[in-house]
Design a binder for this molecule. Structure first.
Ligand code: APR
Length: 320
């Protein structure tokens, strides 16, 4: 059987890390696509040479032409620019929206059967625009944010309590911004919902409150440390988990930005919810029970997402 083909649209920090993981795990042959000439070719060759050390038979190729992504099974999109000091939210949307248009058209023409995972920020608006520009089925276009935000939440809980990250299941829903919704009642340490874990003495309520706040600002914490860029290891791992669930039909339930049509009382937008990912793409949205406070937090987060979508529509009337 032919190996899967994985197209990485954007060969920057996350794109390069994705290529490395795909090769080490032999998930498939990799095309690194970028508008920058030389970067995707250089990273592709570097990792291809490494395959002779770690012993995996996969091919890697750099490309500047969308024709090279032809027939890709999965496309992971990181193309775009990061927000720089002095750049407004609308400036960022304006630039990355044009990138999504080019990427969406490239995927529609050359890889219309692919499962597409968008990482470019502002995530919830960019994945929405990418689906519109590509015209691909909504269940085949998803955004990566919740796996990352939930991983940060889980890691902070593990660090504080000393419990293995393997036995902590954390969930964040909503948009990928400071008003994301860490789901305290649904997240567990050794099977105990967090409020029970507090009662059992694993951590104090103050510790839990601080972790929720740190999770919300997790992206900014890394930017402040790196100074010249944003996180790339954990974002890449998060997208790989989603790609694997699709390629291997694992049917994992992962928090992803997906198109909602009625779930959680929401429709006609992309927002972070638990989604079952299998060979057909998004096969089901899992609806958590939500209390009044969770509903209110989710509504606030969704309002922010709607604001981003409105800004996209204003910048590109074809999306209205
Ligand atoms: N088509 C293809 N690639 C593009 C385009 C385009 N139109 N415009 C920019 N790129 C490429 C850049 O040349 C660069 O190599 O996208 C790549 C982005 O890489 P980085 O700047 O290193 O960004 P990275 O850290 O990988 O993050 C990518 O993910 O988390 C988000 O906010 C982050 O939106 C950003 C994205």
């Amino acid at each position: 059987m032919a190996r899967a083909k994985i197209a990485l649209i954007g060969a920057g920090m996350i794109g390069g890390t994705l290529a490395h993981i795909c090769a080490r795990e032999a998930l498939g042959d990799v095309i690194l696509f970028d508008i920058a000439e030389g970067t995707p070719q250089g990273k592709g060759l570097d990792i291809a040479e490494a395959t002779a050390v770690f012993g995996q038979d996969v091919a890697l190729k750099g490309a500047n032409d969308y024709a090279d992504i032809a027939g890709a099974d999965v496309c992971i999109v990181t193309a775009g620019v990061p927000r720089k000091p002095g750049m407004s939210r609308d400036d960022l949307i304006g630039i990355n929206l044009k990138v999504m248009k080019a990427v969406g058209e490239g995927i529609a023409k050359h890889a219309p059967e692919a499962f597409v995972i968008c990482i470019t920020n502002p995530l919830d608006a960019m994945v929405w625009a990418l689906q519109k520009f590509s015209g691909l089925p909504k269940e085949k276009v998803v955004g990566m944010a919740g796996v990352l935000d939930s991983a940060r939440f889980a890691y902070f809980l593990a660090e504080k309590t000393g419990v293995s990250v393997q036995d902590i299941h954390a969930w964040t829903l909503g948009g990928h911004g400071d008003d994301m919704v860490p789901m305290v009642r649904h997240s567990t340490i050794g099977g105990l919902p967090l409020p029970d874990a507090v009662k059992a003495g694993f951590l104090s309520q103050a510790d839990l409150d601080a972790i929720v706040e740190r999770t919300r600002k997790g992206g900014g914490e890394i930017v402040a440390l790196l100074k010249t860029g944003s996180a790339f290891y954990a974002p890449a791992e998060s997208a790989i988990a989603m790609a694997k669930s699709y390629l291997l039909d694992q049917k994992r339930v992962l928090p992803c930005a997906v198109w909602v049509s009625g779930e959680y009382g929401l429709s006609d937008l992309y927002v972070g919810v638990p989604a079952l990912i299998g060979a057909s793409g998004v096969e089901k949205v899992v609806e958590f029970t939500t209390d009044e406070s969770e509903k209110a937090m989710l509504a606030k987060s969704v309002d922010s997402v709607k604001g981003l979508i409105e800004a996209c529509k204003q910048q590109d009337p074809s999306l209205a």
